[in-house]
Design a protein around this ligand. Structure first.
Ligand code: T1G
Ligand code: NAD
Length: 701
């Protein structure tokens, strides 16, 4: 098998070219190839060495698929040290995204040049890791402590012009990278530029104090993740110890992070997110329909956010509502949201103005008839949605995709209200729609393949993470949520308070506790959804009794200033409200429930194992394609902490046998109608199989 790395001589410069699609990951063969290239250059009579990549990007890091397997030599730290030790000038030429180990190869080179639209970064922290090939020691020496810590603890790449300013690269190449890099090398040689070994560079004065000053901020932003603090310790070493000693500590902490369950979880998420975009049985080259114009029906909480997401991605958008007032109300919320986005520096004034200009309001269906995609976001009522789809069927041009943003309703039934069910699909956004990254794509029995492929591509264009779901009540996310919220409500009745239940989940790592999430989304959304169900399908009334009392008393959540909490009108900070605790105690009494001390561990296990059990039921039924999809839904749609890997990865990590045992216990205590183990859970435990093994054996993707 030929090496993915070639060596040739151009104008007496040794050129090491890496060609390992899709992202030139530093696999074993690539590492060996670079090492051979450096040694070859050492033996040949060349003036300098150029390291460059073919394809769409410079090396995007170590090969993540090799993680967890026995590491093979040459290891990356060895290779980068050999690059730096080379007695010929070594220049790295960067394009695309030079990330992780890829950027460490560049940092060990004596000079770095890049095309202007390249970016450099050390995103290892997003995998629960740290730069393990000298990055934590060389970056502070080259770019200073503050830049280095920010780059490594945020994991956010830095555009080349900014990297030039920060001293992380030395030259921007115009035009063809290879030609420009060779010209740059020749100018360095002509100027007798010295071999600059980053490891020998001093750190800036007062570096240790700078690191100490960053500790609190890094610890706060870490939100329970351990990798950022390990990175900080490495930088501390870099600014207080000799390079060799600091590198030694870097390797120890790298090994520690590699064995950390948080990294296993984040690596799972990395691949699960990429796999979620793949639809089994749908070839990657399935034809797609053209989408240029998008129309939204309903200019409320969701309609407005969806319109912004589409406009931000360059689509022309028409926003339709029942009357001018409703349209004006919707557009004014959009204006306010753009104002906030600009204030937070997420968009420039000009960019926000350009996006806003792409959104037009209307009350006329005729005005939207030539749209390529229409997304309905009217009240959560099946009959109303059927009426709207019948009107869309009568209005929209042939070939237009008709989508619904319903949270719970039967998309098959909505499709059946049209004469073109093959063009109907569920596009379920999450609130606030211009912020949340998840998009549940709900295929009906009749959804055409090109509608599916087009919707997946549309999701990526508007920078959403798409996850496919079949039709069931609440799809993947909200169906599981109803179990999670059920247990939250029952824990309230049995002795908890909104503050204690939310605290238990937030200390465990959830971005926001269940009751606060209810207040954010609006308690009326779930209430209306329940109301639209036939009485026999609403479940045990005691479960939602407290919420129903709050909604019926006008406490809809943040949007009315009160729900399970009161909200400070200025800061929007949540304030525990004794009135709500009184309502809880009254309802508990009404149902003859004796309240007791309920500890955080029980709350966490009931909510998370309930979630996982329903998730396994959903995978077992084929509603979700794979367990990883369920994890991505919760991480991108419900604030599940990525360093816990998602509800199913978490269940796998604590042991499915333990989860099953607890569920059976809960069944005995609280009733099997609430706690029946998912068949897939029982099957896996009986077969002593983990979910990861089952996934691997089922199709691996
Ligand atoms: N290793 C292996 N496969 C990778 C990979 C990697 N580093 N990066 C991407 N892929 C695969 C990915 O799974 C997908 O495969 C395909 O490439 C396209 O990716 C010692 C230890 C580079 C910005 O964290 O951020 O270096 O699904 O769909 O949207 O210090 O991929 O097609 O089969 O994401 O254009 C540090 C990870 C590693 C960067 C491109 N590096 N990659 O995004 O395409 S740790 C990273 C990315 C490290 C050292 C340490 C992105 C990208 P498939 P994609 P994209
Ligand atoms: P909302 O009450 O904020 O907005 C609904 C809008 O639809 C209102 O502006 C109303 O005037 C308009 N409308 C009603 N009937 C109409 C008709 N016949 N034609 C045109 N416009 C009409 O509601 P929302 O929270 O934006 O929810 C909308 C949909 O999105 C619901 O199906 C809901 O379940 C779903 N959803 C909501 C959330 C959430 O968190 N709020 C999240 C995901 C999905």
């Amino acid at each position: 098998m030929s090496s993915p790395v070639s060596f040739d001589v151009v104008d007496n410069i040794g050129v090491i070219t890496i060609d390992n699609p899709p992202v030139n990951a530093l696999s074993l063969a690539v590492r060996a190839g670079i090492q051979n290239g450096i040694r070859e250059a050492g033996q040949q009579d060349v003036d300098a060495v150029l390291i460059i990549c073919a394809g769409r990007t410079f090396c995007a890091g170590a090969d993540i698929t090799e993680f967890g397997k026995p590491p093979k030599s040459p290891w990356l730290p060895e290779v980068v040290d050999e690059i730096e030790a080379c007695d010929k000038l070594v220049v790295a030429a960067l394009h695309g995204t030079a990330l992780g180990g890829g950027f460490e190869v560049a940092l060990a080179s004596h000079y770095r040049c890049a095309v202007a639209d390249a970016a450099v970064g050390l995103p290892e922290v997003k995998l629960g890791l740290l730069p393990g090939a000298g990055g934590t020691q060389r970056t502070p020496r080259l770019g200073g402590v503050v830049t280095a810590v920010k780059l490594m603890t945020s994991g956010v790449p830095m555009p080349a012009p900014q990297a030039l300013e920060a001293g992380l690269i030395d030259h921007i190449v115009d035009g063809d990278l290879k030609a420009g890099a060779i010209a740059y090398i020749k100018s360095l040689l002509a100027d007798n530029a010295p071999i600059r070994r980053t490891s020998e560079m001093p750190v800036e004065p007062g570096a240790a104090e700078l690191v100490a000053g960053l500790r609190e901020e890094v610890a706060t932003r870490a939100r329970g993740q351990r990798a950022p603090l390990r990175i900080l310790e490495c930088v501390e070493q870099a600014v207080t110890k000799p390079f060799a000693e600091g590198s030694e500590r870097e390797r120890e902490l790298f090994t520690e992070s590699m064995q950390d369950p948080q990294s296993a979880a984040l690596r799972h998420v990395f691949f699960a997110e990429r796999n979620a975009g793949k639809i089994r049985g749908l070839p990657r080259n399935t034809p797609q329909r053209d989408i240029e114009k998008v129309a939204i029906i309903g200019a409320g909480t969701m309609g407005g956010g969806i319109a912004m997401s589409a406009a931000n991605a360059g689509f022309d958008v028409q926003l339709l509502d029942i009357d001018e007032d409703a349209v004006a109300r919707g557009l004014s919320v959009i204006d306010r949201n753009y104002g906030g986005t600009v204030k937070r520096g997420k968009l420039s004034e000009d960019a926000a103005r350009a996006c806003r200009a792409r959104i037009q309001g209307t009350t006329e269906y005729a005005a939207i008839a030539d749209a390529d995609l229409v997304i309905e976001a009217v009240f959560e009522n099946l009959d109303l949605k059927k009426k709207v789809f019948a009107q869309l069927d009568a209005t929209m041009k042939p070939g237009a995709i008709l989508a619904t943003n319903t949270s719970y309703q039967d998309v098959d039934a909505i499709a059946a209200a049209t004469g073109r069910p093959q063009d109907v699909i569920g596009l379920h956004f999450f609130s606030p729609a211009h912020v949340m990254n998840l998009l549940e794509i709900v295929r009906t029995d009749k959804t055409a393949d090109d509608v599916l492929a087009t919707s997946m591509a549309f999701a990526k264009k508007i920078k959403k993470v798409p996850v496919l779901s079949r039709v069931c009540y609440g799809f993947i996310g909200n169906r599981m949520l109803s179990v999670y919220m059920r247990e939250a409500q029952l824990c309230l009745l049995e002795g908890g308070t909104p503050a204690s239940v939310d605290a238990a989940m937030e200390e465990w790592g959830m971005a926001m506790g269940p009751l606060s999430v209810g207040d954010l989304a609006g308690l009326d959304v779930g209430y209306k959804a329940r109301e639209s169900l036939p009485p026999g399908e609403r479940g045990d009334p005691k479960v939602h009794r407290v919420t129903d009392i709050l909604v019926e008393s006008g406490r809809l959540g943040q949007k009315t200033g009160a729900g399970f909490y009161r909200y400070d009108p200025d800061t929007r900070k949540r304030i525990p409200d004794p009135e709500v605790v009184e309502i809880i105690e009254k309802v508990a009494n009404e149902y003859g429930i004796t309240r007791r001390d309920i500890d955080a561990e029980e709350i966490v296990e009931r909510l998370l194992f309930g979630l996982a059990n329903e998730g396994l039921r959903i995978v077992g039924e084929g509603i979700a394609q794979r367990p990883g999809d369920v994890d991505i839904v919760y991480i991108y749609g419900y604030g599940f902490p990525p360093h816990r890997g998602g509800p199913l990865h978490y269940a796998d990590s604590v042991g499915l046998d333990h989860v099953l045992a607890r569920i059976r216990e809960f069944g005995e205590r609280f009733g099997e109608e609430l706690w029946t183990p998912a068949p897939l859970l029982e099957e896996l435990v009986a077969n002593k199989q983990s979910l990861a093994d089952w996934q691997e054996s089922n199709d691996g993707v």
